[in-house]
Design a protein around this ligand. Structure first.
Ligand code: AMP
Ligand code: MG
Length: 418
């Protein structure tokens, strides 16, 4: 025992707000974007509908057979039936047939009007050229009614629907060639820092290569988003002011660095003068100094922390949901997986923490997660080696091997907008 150096047993900062409070502040200040364009469905993958789409036709458009077999009148099921015609897919037979007649039919072919039921070919026998039904289907069986997929005039997709493979196929199946979509969200990114050098150039003494513009461009790479790179901005009030001037033509502005309290951190003072500062400091790690405000009254601006891991975490937890909202998509919670830790994790209470982990599925169908090692926010290899965040709650004071923890796999972020 000593009497004693105080032990730092908390990471709390009373001026920080919760992640939910931060999201509420951000979301309550987002504008509604309404610039739309009409584009071919063929090039609409990943775009977001600006209007509802109604079904222009019944799908299927006609009564279609779900089986290879025979179309017949149910009340003649006990009779030997003559085959009077063939209805093949794309080659419909006449709609009529005489008494005790049936039509041979294939899957996807039009069911002639006279018939109310299809019997599959495995359930009949042909004797002396006549069809005998040996296993009677229920009346109406194997006939797909017109509009059983969707009914003409009904709502097919809502505004805000992101068009992935299934939606593109669905639009094609309804004969829809063009859709109204939101114009791609115009996002600009820049990095701040006198120490930053461009990859490809010789690295001067005391400099590091800029990772963040490439990181953000990659995280936001999506057909519904158009990212413009505004380069590296020097650590000065004038350079920051000039950068904000260059953001006029964009819907969303993202910078990294310069949001802490160091001598070269100019983002907040310049934002307060050139626009509005609405939020700074969140009880999370990494990412505490995340800054949010508005430029030109309505344009959302994010000042992300400079360390690449902090920039990545804050982009994933705040910028991506913001883009989702700006694109009029319904808010979604990121799904979590419960996994067993196979190492101890250190943590102080007072912030929610996102540690980088490797999630693996074990043979008995459960999940295990291990740490990627050093968690400092400059350690970009911790992100590169990870496939998930281990989410540790505000009060958590460290976790022992064998504990069940909540994990967010990285794919969920790209699935959410992107
Ligand atoms: P700052 O938020 O500007 O105080 O930067 C925090 C740390 O992140 C410093 O060590 C910076 O050198 C580093 N950093 C800032 N911006 C970048 C960047 N674009 N790429 C890599 N590291 C960065
Ligand atoms: Mg800096």
């Amino acid at each position: 025992m000593t009497d004693q150096t105080p032990v730092n047993d908390s990471d709390a900062d009373p001026t920080s707000i919760s992640m939910q409070a931060a999201r509420d502040i951000i979301f309550s200040r987002l504008p509604t974007l309404s610039q739309t364009e009409r584009i071919p469905v063929a090039s609409a993958l990943g775009r977001v509908l600006s209007d509802e789409v109604a079904s222009p036709i019944n799908v299927p458009p006609f009564r279609a057979s779900a089986m290879d077999g025979y179309a017949f009148r149910f009340n003649e099921a006990s009779t030997a039936l003559n085959i009077s015609a063939h209805s093949l897919a794309g080659h419909p037979s006449d709609n009529d047939a005489g008494k005790n007649e049936c039509h041979r039919i294939t899957t996807g072919a039009r069911v002639p009007d006279f018939a109310d039921t299809v019997v599959q070919q495995e359930n009949i026998e042909v004797r002396n050229g006549k069809v005998h039904i040996v296993k009677k289907p229920v009346k109406g069986f194997h006939v797909r009614p017109p509009g059983s997929d969707s009914v003409k005039g009904s709502s097919l997709m809502s505004a805000g629907q992101r068009l992935a493979a299934a939606q593109i196929a669905c639009l094609y199946s309804h004969g829809i060639t063009h859709v109204d979509v939101l114009k791609p969200l115009r996002v600009c990114v820049f990095s701040t820092g006198d120490e930053l050098a461009e990859t490809g150039e010789t690295l001067p003494e005391g400099h590091i290569y800029d990772a963040n513009r490439a990181l953000l461009a990659a995280l936001l790479n999506n057909p519904a988003v158009q990212v413009t790179d505004l380069g590296i901005v020097k650590d000065s009030i004038e350079a920051m002011q000039d950068a904000f001037e260059r953001c006029k033509a964009f819907d969303l502005v993202i910078s990294s660095g310069g949001v802490s309290v160091g001598d070269a951190d100019f983002v907040r003072p310049v934002l307060e003068k050139a626009g509005e500062l609405h939020m700074w400091k969140i009880a999370m790690k990494p990412g505490r100094p995340l800054t949010f405000g508005l430029l030109d009254k309505h344009k959302p601006y994010f000042g992300l922390p400079g360390n690449p891991v902090s920039a990545a975490v804050t982009c994933m937890m705040f910028v991506i949901p913001t883009i989702q909202k700006l694109l009029n998509q319904p808010a979604t919670e990121l799904p979590r997986i419960s996994a067993t830790l196979n190492t101890d994790l250190k943590k102080l209470p007072g912030r929610v923490e996102y540690q980088r982990g490797m999630l693996i599925r074990t043979s008995d169908d459960t999940w295990e997660v291990s740490t990627t090692g050093l968690q400092d926010s400059h350690v970009i290899t911790s992100l590169h080696r990870a496939n998930c965040f281990v989410e540790l709650g505000f009060d958590n004071a460290g976790v022992k091997k064998g504990t069940t923890v909540s994990v967010i796999p990285f794919e969920h972020f790209s699935e959410s907008i992107l």
